[in-house]
Write a protein that binds this ligand. Structure first.
Ligand SMILES: [Zn+2]
Length: 247
């Protein structure tokens, strides 16, 4: 059986507490990095930006349509002006004038139709502009929420890192004060046992696996020398005897 001073064995419990703390900090950092809210915000933000691009494209298309509609109206208006001037001048035969009169009537109808088209396009443009405004506002607000989540995550990670450095320091100092061979076997056991290498024997239970030890094993432990390094029969970890062991 391996041997180590009882005081060193006790210090293993401090070392274990620090290693557990380090494992918790790693877990917290992983959780912060994998925050599903950030992934969700990312998704929402890309979606809203794609929507904005779509609306901008629709606005460009509609603007071209509007320009076309305005040009169509302008052409007819120019034609009406020209015909009206000719009619007003009174030049030409009465047949010519009658023809002009009839053309002006159909041009007026054409103008009204084209103006209806222009109006319809303008209304669509106005609706698109309003839509773009609310989409841009929604996108900005999503970007802000997203940035805020990233800021919180970075703040959390920085706090975890600061704490980790301090715990690492304490761990190094604590390990320095313990028999190197004992720390070596503790580290080896810890590596193969979910990060837990030692537990206190507390009221007949192994502090690492929580199993209650049977009376025969307890009797063996009670008989063991103070500097014997005892292992839990259930989980194989180092079992540290304390005043509360119940032996
Ligand atoms: Zn155990």
């Amino acid at each position: 059986m391996a041997k180590a001073a009882a005081a060193d064995q006790l210090k293993l419990l401090d070392l274990q507490a620090l290693d557990t703390k380090l494992a918790q900090l790693s877990h917290r950092a992983r959780t912060a990095n994998a925050n599903p809210d950030i992934a969700e915000a990312d998704k929402g933000l890309s979606q809203s930006r794609r929507q904005l691009v779509e609306t901008d494209t629709a606005i460009e298309d509609t603007q071209r349509e509007l320009t076309r509609a305005e040009n169509d109206v302008e052409m007819v208006v120019n034609r009406i002006d020209r015909d009206q001037k000719r009619l007003d001048s009174g030049a030409g035969t009465s047949k010519d004038l009658t023809a002009l009169q009839s053309e002006l009537e159909s041009l007026a109808k054409r103008r009204s139709d084209l103006e209806d088209v222009e109006l319809e396009v303008m209304e669509r443009m106005e609706a698109l502009t309003v839509r773009r405004g609310s989409e841009a506002a929604a996108s900005d607000s999503l970007a802000q929420q997203h940035d805020e989540l990233l800021r919180q995550r970075d703040e959390e990670l920085a706090a975890i890192e600061t704490e980790r450095e301090s715990v690492e320091q304490q761990r190094a100092e604590t390990a320095d004060g313990i028999d190197a061979g004992l720390v070596g076997s503790y580290d080896k056991i810890r590596a193969n046992h979910n990060g837990v290498g030692a537990g206190a024997l507390h009221q007949r239970r192994c502090g690492a696996c929580r199993m209650e030890l049977n009376p025969r094993d307890l009797a063996d432990i009670a008989k063991a020398a103070e500097d014997d390094v005892v292992r839990c029969e259930e989980c194989g970890r180092i079992l540290v005897r304390t005043a509360e062991s119940g032996l």
